[in-house]
Every structure is written in C-alpha cells, then in structure tokens.
Design a protein. Structure first.
Length: 367
C-alpha cells in the first residue's frame, strides 16, 4: 500500500465503481437473449422476463482489460487490492441503500430489513434485473482479480514463475465462464426466488464473491515457485486439475439436473438418469441422480473445486493457499443446515420423506 501515490490510492478505491459503471453500460448496450424465469410463490402472475448476456459482457470486459483499454495495467487490481476492497465495500453500501430505501417498509426490524432487504426482485426499465447484473459484476470482477494476480506474479518472476499459480488463476476464469455459459440455470436457483435484495446479497456480489474469493492470490502472487521436483509436476498439476474438474462436474451436473427437472419434469437427465421424485400431489422433490446421492451435492462439487485450486498453488504449508477452501467448506456446511431448516418449514412431511430416501447431506456414504 505504501508504494502507491495518493492519486493511485484514490483511483484504486474508485476502481470497483468505475468497473460497475462500465459493466452496467455493456450489459445494457450489448445484445441479449430474453427468457422467462421460474414460476414461484414470490412472483405475482407470470414469471418475470430476463435479459441474459453475461457471457458477452464477460468476454468484452476481458478483452478491454487485457488490451489495457482502460489505461490500467494488467496487474492493477492486485496492486491496489486493499484500496479496491475498501471501494467495493463503499459501493455495496451505496447500492444497498438505494435498493432498500426505494421499497416500502415492512413489519421486520429496520436492521433486518437493511441486511436482508425488502424486495425479492428489482428490474429497471425492462433491461436490467438487479440480481442478475450483480452476478455479472461479481463474476467478471472475480476473473479480473485472478488475471491481475497472475499478471503481477509473472511480472515478478518471468520464466521462473509458478505454473501452478497460473493454473489456479485459469481455474477461476473457467469457474466464471462456466457460470455465464449456463447463466439461465441461475434463474432456477434458491438465491433468485428466495433471497431478498439487501446488504447481505449485494455485499456478497460486490465484495465477498469478486474480491475475497480469490484472496489466496494476495499472499501467493508475490512468492516464488514452490520447491517441487519437476518429475512430480504431472502428479501435482494434473492431480489438482482432476480434483477441480471432478468438483465442477458434480456441481454443474447437480445444478443442470435440477434445472431440467424444473423445466421439463418428465425428461431424463443426459438421456440416462430418469427423474424419481417424492410428492404430496402438489409439489415434487427430485430424489434421483445427484439429488439421490446427497441432498446438497452442488455444494460438495464447489468444495472440491476449491480443494483443486488450493492444491494447484503448490504452497501446501501456506495459510493463503487454503483460505478459500477452508472458508467455503465452513460456509457450505453452515449453509446446508440453514437450507435444511428452510426446506423443512416449506415442505413439511414431504421434506421428511425426501430425507428418508436421500440420507446424506453432502458426501454420499459419509456425511
């Protein structure tokens, strides 16, 4: 931080806001597909329409940043990471205030309304859905942070750089690109129809997701390559990639299976896994495939992805390498318990029946 001039520090603080404005302009201006969302109890009448162009915005942003068309060097976000983090916090507070205060108060406490939000869905001018744009911003900034960390590391070490760190950064770019390739699936997830727009969700998209998820690079981009015998590189790098890809297949498979079930309930997933359900005559819960193996298999996949990312860095004794994996494991173990309570309250006996058929929470045969 001491290496920055005052002007650079201010610019770093304002960088998240500038990127927010740039990505919003791209989102509004670039062509998009229009689709309907998921019919659920939080939406009156027909499901809302959405403009989806996250992948196009993401690619455009990578090109703009990669060619340094913003005049910022490729490693800028790593160099100003602390100031950018502070700027992201300020931006999240400002956006939360605007979204929360524009909605009428309800009977909950004001602090709860501020943190959890008042509105389930906010759409502006028929072109911007607040939640979906926040995910576009968060994912894109996450990838840019990963690219910046890799660029900084290469600038420090050149040909002697840590190949595993580049793999780690590439995993993040893959993680985000995959999300945008399957952006429509997000419309059928819990966050879209159950979470309100408050500081928790908005701060998660503006601060936690893009700035803190790739924080392993904060402490490892400045380190030299790990002292690993080159003959072990196939095991180290290949094994890391394999763990990551297995996690990706589980997470993407679970989410895609549920998406297909909600859109075409009778269709077999991948043409192989026939949908089996428990039902009370009005509602049905999927209990085959990934959702028959464990009740929250999508979380298990993401934890494995995080493990692959940690291993790829090669600094096995460094706290920084493991910080995201440890955080995500704790987060999802806590999250699945919250989900269990919500589902029990929502589905009642039907959830009890589902639990009897799908016994395990995250790891089949273990937990």
């Amino acid at each position: 931080m001491s290496e920055l001039t005052t002007m650079q520090a201010v610019a770093g603080f304002l960088t998240p806001t500038a990127l927010f404005a740039l990505l919003l302009a791209l989102h509004v201006a670039l062509p998009a597909i229009r689709v309907r969302g998921y019919a659920h109890g939080k939406v009156a009448g027909t499901p809302p329409h959405y403009r989806l162009n996250g992948l196009l915005v993401f690619v455009a942003a990578l090109v703009i940043w990669g060619l340094e068309l913003t005049s910022a060097p490729l490693d800028w976000l790593w160099r100003v990471k602390w100031h950018a983090l502070a700027g992201a916090v300020a931006l999240s507070v400002a956006v939360s205030a605007w979204i929360v205060l524009r909605a009428p108060r309800d009977e909950r406490g004001l602090v709860v309304q501020w943190i959890e939000g008042r509105s389930y869905n906010v759409q502006l001018g028929g072109r911007v859905d607040a939640k979906m744009f926040l995910y576009v911003f968060g994912g894109t900034l996450l990838a840019l942070n990963a690219v910046a960390g890799a660029a900084y590391h290469y600038g420090q070490y050149g040909a002697a750089a840590n190949v595993g760190l580049f793999l780690h950064s590439a995993m993040w770019v893959w993680f985000v690109a995959d999300y945008f390739c399957f952006e429509r699936v997000q419309l059928f997830t819990f966050d879209i129809f159950e979470e309100r727009l408050g500081l928790k969700l908005i701060g998660g998209c503006i601060v936690v997701y893009p700035c803190l998820y790739p924080m392993a690079l904060w402490g490892t981009a400045g380190l030299p390559a790990p002292d690993i015998d080159p003959s072990l590189n196939p095991l180290w790098l290949g094994g890391s990639a394999a763990v990551f890809l297995v996690g990706w297949m589980i997470s993407r498979g679970a989410n895609s299976q549920k998406y297909l079930f909600k859109r075409v309930p009778e269709r077999a997933f991948l043409g192989l896994i026939k949908p089996a359900t428990v039902t009370d005559g009005k509602r049905s819960l999927l209990c085959s495939g990934f959702w028959g193996a464990a009740r929250h298999m999508n979380y298990t996949g993401e934890i494995l992805e995080a493990l692959g990312m940690a291993l790829a860095l090669g600094h096995f004794t460094s706290f920084w390498s493991w910080i995201y994996f440890v955080y995500l494991t704790i987060f999802f173990v806590s999250r699945e318990r919250i989900d269990e309570r919500r589902c029990a309250a929502k589905y009642g006996d039907l959830w009890t029946e589902y639990r009897a058929k799908t016994r395990y929470r995250l790891v089949p045969g273990v937990y």
